[in-house]
Design a protein around this ligand. Structure first.
Ligand SMILES: O=P(O)(O)OC[C@H]1O[C@H](OP(=O)(O)OP(=O)(O)O)[C@H](O)[C@@H]1O
Ligand SMILES: Nc1ncnc2[nH]cnc12
Length: 175
């Protein structure tokens, strides 16, 4: 399977979770192991050929960033750190509030998830307005992490969310 066939599995659901939103459903990809293999290999090949530094930590954003972040981390021999919605992580956490395409939310990370000067990539399924990714970036920077790249499966180009991000972005599919 090639990466364009993976794209063809993404389903557009109108008016979810709110009227006016064209929701991009990536779960059909996960019904097909060959599609997951193609996607993960595409991401890791991109990283290995474009980023020269060793990646120390892959940060995945709740919830759909958890689907590929840990697999990519494993292939890179890096650690995985979750960014979660408020109240889900035990122990000491740091917090950032943000606005996204359809609402407001609060993100948290555990305060021992990233060490000063570690090389980090941030992974999520989709960038829309960029509020989510930008809040995750703020948290990583509070720890002194060095964000080498943001990686998204889908970028909603019209919403221009990448303008909020201060590190390079790689989006596999632009929509
Ligand atoms: O660029 P933005 O406008 O900020 O939106 C993008 C975010 O919205 C979705 O997550 P959602 O908050 O719906 O959470 P979920 O993955 O837990 O369903 C998506 O997975 C991104 O994380
Ligand atoms: N249109 C969309 N589809 C899927 N996830 C989203 N998160 C924000 N906007 C989205």
């Amino acid at each position: 399977m090639d990466i364009q066939e993976v794209r063809s599995l993404i389903k557009i659901i109108p008016d979810f979770p709110q009227k006016g939103i064209l929701f991009q459903d990536i779960f059909p990809i996960f019904r097909n192991p060959k599609a997951v293999e193609t996607l993960i290999t595409h991401i890791t090949d991109h990283i290995v050929s474009n980023i020269k530094e060793k990646i120390d930590v892959v940060v995945g954003l709740e919830a759909r960033g958890f689907l590929f972040g840990p697999i990519v981390a494993l292939r890179l021999n890096a650690s995985f750190a979750p960014v979660r919605k408020r109240g889900k992580l035990p122990g000491n956490t740091i917090t950032a509030e943000y606005q996204k395409e359809y609402g407001v939310d609060v993100f948290e990370m555990q305060d021992d998830a990233i060490k000063q000067n570690q090389n980090v990539i941030i992974i999520d399924d989709l960038i829309a307005t960029g509020g989510t990714a930008s809040a995750a970036g703020e948290l990583v920077k509070k720890f002194g992490g060095n964000i080498l790249e943001y990686i998204f499966l889908i970028e909603l180009v019209e919403l221009d969310g990448c303008r909020k991000l201060k590190s390079p972005v790689y989006s596999i599919f632009k929509s």
